[in-house]
Design a protein around this ligand. Structure first.
Ligand code: FSX
Ligand code: SF4
Ligand code: F3S
Length: 378
């Protein structure tokens, strides 16, 4: 396993190499932050929090800051496939831009249909130019599933009428790294729900290069920006889980860090939306919360500038960062119970080893046990 010392040296070398490249913006990140009322101190705090989120020791914080300042050296091409644009919205829809949004803005964004001013032929040319000018060095982010049925013709993009399938394959060829942003690009998402008439699949199924999957419909902004920062800093992908999701973001279950967890352990559950238990913030398991089966950092990172997340807002987690959640985890407002999950029995011992990790078995059993304990009391 790579030591932190070796990784740090790799980061220093990468920063050195980026520094030699021409800046693509006329203003520095520092100036951009100042214009938006963000102080150096705020920026250093942000670097420290990104470092902690990436599960790196604190000294890496100076590397994170330097990498952010050199973000305009890294060309980013962002494609939209079959989706709702919620991933982009998760990152940019903010009334007051925060540091993550500003850094996303500062990366050398070569092509992004939601954000760019160009349209029509000009947009198409921009994409072609970026792919050839930055051959081998651009980061490719893809949002949305790739329809494959009917030769990919359920999705065509741009004035040349290329299919999404064709564009993804072309853009992936010379990318330095490929990022599937959101559950659609990662695993197919809602478009892929049975009977999946368009043959929608995740990006990794149509190309033969490694793809990093940022699950979540949408993923939170810090998971997107954290992954970008990792790539800028080290020029490579972070450690991944069995579904190619970065471990630092998807290493723990929603249930592990949920603020209602004490109520789950005590067997205190909301029985119906709006009851006294709901007002008291009890556990939402009986109303279908899939937090015990879902790996994501929503409870710690939250959304909209860390304001809230589904369970805090009063609805159970629907498992939106998991493959096949749209079919496997429905009904969203009913517990999985003994329903099959990923072809396995959700309450059997085997699922713990295969899907959830050993600790989950105890929790799953506990959930069932505490429900019984509660109903016996009644
Ligand atoms: Fe939407 Fe992105 Fe969901 Fe998908 O998010 S929020 S449908 S993951 O690709 O735009
Ligand atoms: Fe939180 Fe859901 Fe787990 Fe209850 S079941 S503790 S609401 S994640
Ligand atoms: Fe999705 Fe569950 Fe988080 S629904 S946003 S993984 S709490």
């Amino acid at each position: 396993m790579e030591t932190h010392e070796a990784l740090y040296q790799q980061g220093l070398a990468r920063i050195e190499q980026l520094r030699k490249q021409k800046p693509r913006h006329s203003e520095t990140l520092q100036q951009k932050l100042e214009q938006n009322g963000i102080t150096r101190r705020d920026f250093m705090k942000w670097s420290a929090s990104v470092t902690a989120m990436l599960a790196l020791p604190l000294p890496f914080s100076t590397l994170v800051a330097e990498a952010a300042e050199l973000a305009d050296r890294v060309p980013l091409v962002w494609l939209h496939m079959a989706e709702c644009t919620g991933c982009t919205e998760s990152l940019i829809r903010t009334t007051t831009p925060n540091i993550s949004t500003l850094i996303f803005d500062y990366v050398s964004l070569e092509y992004q249909e939601t954000l760019m001013a160009a349209a029509g032929w000009q947009a198409e040319e921009n994409l072609e130019r970026a792919l050839s000018a930055y051959k081998g060095s651009y980061l490719l982010a893809i949002e949305g599933a790739v329809p494959t049925a009917n030769n990919g013709n359920f999705l065509t993009v741009g004035c040349k009428g290329h299919t999404g399938l064709h564009i993804v394959k072309e853009a992936a060829k010379d990318a330095a790294a490929i990022l599937s942003v959101g559950t659609c690009a990662a695993f197919g998402g809602i478009q892929a729900a049975a009977p999946n008439p368009t043959g929608a699949v995740g990006v990794s199924e149509v190309i033969d290069k490694p793809v990093i999957n940022l699950g979540g419909c949408p993923p939170n902004e810090t998971n997107i920006v954290g992954t970008l920062m990792y790539f800028i800093m080290f020029g490579k992908l972070p450690a991944l889980d069995m579904f190619n999701r970065p471990k630092w973001a998807y290493g723990a279950r929603v249930h592990d860090n949920c603020e209602r967890r004490g109520h789950f352990d005590a067997g205190e559950f909301v029985e119906e939306f709006g009851d006294q238990a709901a007002k008291d913030g009890y556990c939402l398991y009986k109303l279908g919360c899939k937090g015990p089966y879902t790996y994501n950092n929503c409870p710690t990172e939250r959304f909209n500038h860390h304001t809230s997340w589904p369970v805090l807002a009063g609805h159970g987690c629907i498992g939106c960062s998991e493959p096949d959640f749209w079919d496997e985890m429905a009904d969203f407002e009913k517990p999985l119970g003994r329903k099959l999950l990923h072809g396995l029995d959700a309450t059997s011992d085997t699922i713990g080893a295969v899907i959830l990790g050993a600790t989950a078995v105890g929790i799953g059993a506990h959930a069932v046990a505490s429900i019984f304990a509660k109903s016996e009391e009644e």
